[in-house]
Design a protein around this ligand. Structure first.
Ligand SMILES: Nc1ncnc2c1ncn2[C@@H]1O[C@H](COP(=O)(O)OP(=O)(O)OP(=O)(O)O)[C@@H](O)[C@H]1O
Ligand SMILES: O=P(O)(O)OC[C@H]1O[C@H](OP(=O)(O)OP(=O)(O)O)[C@H](O)[C@@H]1O
Ligand SMILES: [Mg+2]
Length: 281
């Protein structure tokens, strides 16, 4: 039975559970359930702290897990990033009181507060910068004002937390992070893991594509299908009126409105867009 570690708290927890649910797995009924056996899918889900997931996976006690790329790198564990999952996207950055620091050179000899000490120390070392780190569990943004550090290195999504603390990012991003499915060399080729991966990929595809249907005059078909080439080739079906055909194709969700405008321009009508529930391509 495939054992999968799932974040039980924090920013990763809810989207990870939603994604597994969309991939057809059972979800826990209460936040207190620690283990869930999903007999139908032959998997066991372990709800663990996001920070600990790389450790469990690295030890081989679970076959795979969902965590953040930043947490994986900070764990120092030799687990593999198997599949990026496209949610909980963030950057990991240095920040200091507005206007005080511009580049990495300004970090030399300073105290950097962070919850990700290993990640930060490795980065500083790779850049040849000598500085010390101060470990804090969270709310790192307050550390400068409270005098325990000169700058911070932390997760930044919208930047709202930084601004509220009077801080400003500087220098290059240390890392771009998102949720990732991790495993180890030992289990990477397990068939049951491949099934999980295919299902998660199916969810991501279903989220990033929409299905578009429209009718178009036979004479304009080549113009319309050039706009919606689909993945392999669009489906073209006859209509009762022999001058018209119906077309169905997949379109990237982000392009949906532009594609509808362009189709309308070339004479397509009855343009319908629907969401996909799941897909296997
Ligand atoms: N605002 C955010 N936007 C996107 N991802 C985030 C955000 N905050 C944290 N993350 C991601 O969540 C993971 C951190 O997990 P963590 O358990 O620390 O979540 P959390 O929301 O910080 O919860 P808590 O602080 O309550 O433990 C990291 O991969 C991090 O990049
Ligand atoms: O750029 P923003 O959109 O403001 O998001 C980034 C903030 O979100 C996370 O904090 P969280 O709420 O998890 O609190 P924590 O510091 O206690 O982990 C992260 O540690 C940043 O503080
Ligand atoms: Mg946090």
């Amino acid at each position: 039975m495939l054992r999968i570690a799932v974040p039980n708290k924090g920013s990763l927890s809810e989207p990870a559970t939603t994604m597994l649910k969309e991939a057809g797995y059972r979800t826990r009924r209460t936040g207190r359930e620690l283990v869930l056996v999903d007999q139908d899918n032959d998997v066991e889900l372990f709800f663990l702290r996001p920070r600990d997931i790389a450790v469990y996976v690295g030890q081989g006690t679970v076959h795979a897990g969902i965590t953040g790329r930043d947490l994986l790198l900070d764990s120092g564990v030799e687990a593999l990033e198997h599949l990026p999952l496209g949610f909980a996207r963030s950057t990991f950055r240095f920040a200091a009181p507005a206007g005080t620091m511009r580049s990495l050179e300004d970090v030399v000899g300073k105290r950097v507060a962070t919850s990700y000490d290993v990640l930060v120390r490795n980065y500083l070392e790779s850049q040849g910068v000598q500085a010390s780190t101060v470990h804090l569990d969270g709310a790192v943004e307050s550390s400068v004002q409270l005098g325990v550090a000169d700058l911070i290195a932390d997760v930044v999504e919208t930047g709202t937390t930084l601004r509220a603390a009077g801080l400003e990012v500087f220098g290059e991003p240390i890392l771009s992070s998102e949720a990732v499915l991790i495993t180890t060399e030992r289990y990477r080729d397990e068939p049951s893991l491949a099934t999980l991966v295919r299902r998660l990929e199916g969810v991501m595809r279903a989220r990033s594509y929409v299905l578009i249907d429209y009718d178009v005059r036979m004479n304009d078909l080549h113009l319309a299908t050039a706009i919606t080439p689909g993945l392999e080739s669009p489906t073209v079906s006859p209509l009762q009126n022999p001058d018209w055909v119906a077309v169905r194709a997949m379109v990237p969700r982000k392009d949906m409105n532009r594609v509808m405008d362009e189709l309308y321009e070339v004479g397509a009508r009855a343009i319908l867009v629907s969401s996909l529930l799941a897909c296997r391509l």
